[in-house]
Unconditional design. Structure first.
Length: 426
């Protein structure tokens, strides 16, 4: 594989050194010749870029790191990574706060807060994608921007060469490998659902890395490590064992909604916590002696996402292929969903193609929630693209975490009031 040009839109994020560290450590799998960090926040961008260059230098990486304020700098890129937060942590704090007043979960990717983020984000991402298409029409767009499922669906429906990526699956892969005392490359997940609404229905311990066969290890994991797994996803151990699968920790918002609301009302928002971490990280990034990602970055979130990105980009842009968990177009993979729904499953990825693997029938307990949430996502995307109070209300009424007339009506008004500056139609 020849040296690649990559661009990161949102390159001033405090997440970026995690990505840089992965590019540096795994350069044999993904030879980056030029990396462009794009962000309009000049002061923040320079702090992040300075640390990025020091990380490359400390690890002997020959790649060049450039900065830019606008998306025009993506020209000739092989891939463009999107990691945006429209409105910053201040908007996230509101997403996590005002829904609680209506008795609903306040969260940045699901429920009313997740819809607010989608409405702010989709138009901006589509504008960026059109500029990418004009500057480098063959480039892949890899979306990390939440809500990943809705944003990726918007990109794919607009004809962009896009795929979504989340770190939930690789996080489970790494944790299961530690429990079993094996290399992570020997773990393959039967990962099914939508972004932030997934279950691990099986865990195969492969005969060797890249093998197609192996032994089913999920029963052993639940029997021997069920308490640790349940604690990690904050669900009762016996409940997880009875399900016989491992839900994503986001399923707690659905399975224990009222308990989460009660907890959220008595503690500060995650956004406030993250904002404090970000301030500390930026102070660290300003230190010219720092040439590694700081340990504090682990508390920011996004663990392993650099490894997931390197693996996916290597498959998309290289000569070899592999199986990766991605967010991509359904196209009949789950027959109870529309073709253009974006699902999160194992897919065969190689140069230029992403093909979801065939799936065994999804159990009704999971399929019902998947279908319900996918219908909400369709309505959410319509609201993001076309605007209007009625469309926002429809999406909220359809959401499994809302679903009540009076609640949806009140949430609609709150959402618009808190996001008016970002909604062209409001």
């Amino acid at each position: 594989m020849s040296a690649l040009k990559l661009a990161v839109v949102g390159g001033g994020s405090t997440y970026t050194p995690e990505l840089i560290d992965g590019f540096a450590r795994l350069r044999d799998a993904l030879p980056v010749g030029e990396l462009v960090l794009i962000d309009p926040a000049a002061d923040r961008l320079e702090l992040v870029a300075g640390l990025a260059r020091r990380i490359f230098a400390a690890q002997g990486h020959p790649g060049r790191i450039e900065t830019a304020a606008t998306v025009d700098a993506v020209r000739d890129a092989d891939a463009v990574l999107l990691q945006l937060r429209i409105g910053g942590q201040a908007a996230r704090n509101e997403d996590e706060t005002w829904p609680l007043d209506c008795g609903c979960v306040g969260q940045e990717t699901t429920g009313a807060g997740g819809l607010a983020k989608a409405l702010r984000t989709v138009p901006v991402v589509l504008d960026i994608a059109e500029k990418v298409r004009a500057a480098c029409p063959d480039a892949w767009i890899v979306d990390f921007t939440n809500p990943v499922g809705i944003v990726t669906r918007a990109l794919q429906n607009a004809g962009h060469r896009a795929v979504g990526l989340c770190n939930v699956a690789i996080g489970f892969q790494r944790k299961f490998a530690r429990h079993l005392g094996v290399d992570p490359e020997l773990i393959r997940l039967d990962h099914i659902g939508l972004n932030h609404l997934t279950w691990e229905r099986g865990v195969t311990l492969l005969d060797r890395p890249g093998a197609e066969t192996g032994q089913e290890a999920l029963p052993k994991l639940l029997a021997d490590f069920g308490a640790q797994i349940a604690e990690d996803i904050r669900l009762p151990t016996e409940f997880v064992r009875r399900l016989g699968v491992v839900p994503s920790y986001y399923l707690r918002y659905f399975y224990q909604h009222d308990a989460v609301v009660a907890e959220s009302r008595t503690k500060g928002s995650r956004a406030a916590e993250v904002a404090a971490i970000e301030r500390q990280l930026l102070d660290m990034y300003a230190d010219p002696a720092l040439d590694t990602k700081p340990a504090l970055l682990e508390k920011r979130g996004g663990a392993y996402y650099s490894e997931a990105a390197v693996q996916l980009l290597g498959a998309l842009l290289g000569t070899g292929g592999g199986v990766h968990v991605v967010d991509t177009r359904n196209d009949g993979t789950l027959p109870f969903l529309p073709d253009d729904a974006v699902i999160e499953v194992q897919a065969r990825v190689d140069a230029g193609t992403v093909r979801p693997l065939p799936q065994r029938p999804v159990e009704p307990l999971f399929a019902g929630l998947i279908a319900h949430t996918a219908a909400y996502e369709e309505l959410a995307l319509r609201a993001a693209l076309e605007g209007g109070r009625d469309r926002v209300f429809d999406a909220l009424l359809a959401h499994p975490l809302v679903g009540q007339l009076d609640t949806a009506d009140r949430l609609t008004d709150e959402l618009i009031a808190h996001n008016r500056a970002y909604l062209a139609w409001a």
